[in-house]
Write a protein that binds this ligand. Sequence first.
Ligand code: ZN
Length: 294
Amino acid sequence: MRCFYSPDYFLPLPEGHPFPMRKFPEAHAHLAGALPVEIVAPCDDAVIARVHAPDYLARLRAGTLTSRETTQLGLPPGETLYRRSALEVEGTRRAALAALTHGVAANLAGGTHHAFPDHGEGFCVLNDVAITIRDLHTTRPALRVLVCDTDAHQGNGTHAIFAGDDRIFTYSIHVGANYPSRKVPGSLDVPLDRFVDDPRYLAALTASLPPAVTGFRPDLALWITGADPHRNDRFGQMQLSARGMATRDRFVATLFRDRGIPLVVLYGGGYNREPTHTARLHAATVRLTASLFE
Ligand SMILES: [Zn+2]
C-alpha cells in the first residue's frame, strides 16, 4: 500500500498546545521501512480554491483571521500553517489517485473534516477530502465517492460542502452530544451516546455501514479513520479499546476490499492522554489496512 507524507506535516506549536503535531513524525517512524512512502509537495493554490473562499485563504495566509476565527480554528494562522495544510491536502489528493490505480493508498495525515469553505474549525484548516473530490470531478465528473467518517466527531464541514451533491455520500458515526455542537446533516449520520463501549459501537457500525455502501455503489471511498474513539482520548468521548478499534478497522477495510471499491485511508483526529499512543493507533490502522489488501 502506497503512503503519502511530508516531514513538514509537523509544525512546531507553542508549549502546551493541545494539538499533537508529534503524531505525524512518530506514526511515520512506525511505518517507514514497512510500507512505501512518497514525499509530497504542496497542493496547487488553484486546486485548493475550488473549495475555499478567496477571502478566507487570503486572510489565513496573511495571518489576519479575527481572534474569534483563530480560536475557532485552534491553530496559529499564517503562511507556515497554510503551506503545511496544502501539503496535507496534496497527500490526500495523491493517495486518492493512487487508490484509483492500485486499489488502496494512505495519506499519513488528512481527514480535516471540520474545515468549511469560508472558515476552519477544530484544528482543521483546509478540507482535504472536499478538495480531493472536487479535483477528481474535474476529470471524472460522474465519479461516485463515499466519505466514511469513523472519527469520534461529526464531519460537519464535509457535510456542508457536499449537501445536495448526489455524487457524494457522507457517512459519519460519532458521539451525538460532543463537538461540533451544531451538526450539519450528512447522507447518513449515526449519532451514538457518550462513552460508548466496543460492543455497542461495533453493533452500530456493522448495522449501518454495509447497507449504505450497497445502496450508494461508490467508485471510491475516502475513510477518515480517527484515533479519537480510543478510551484514553482527551476529546473523543468514546470508550473503545485498542482491540475494539482494530476490529473496527478490519471491518471497514474488508468491506471495501471485498466489494472492489478503491479505498483511501486518512488519519482524522487523535488526542490520546498518553503522548505516544496517538501515533501508535494511527500506524496500527494503516498497517492493518495494508495487510488486508496484500
Ligand atoms: Zn475527531
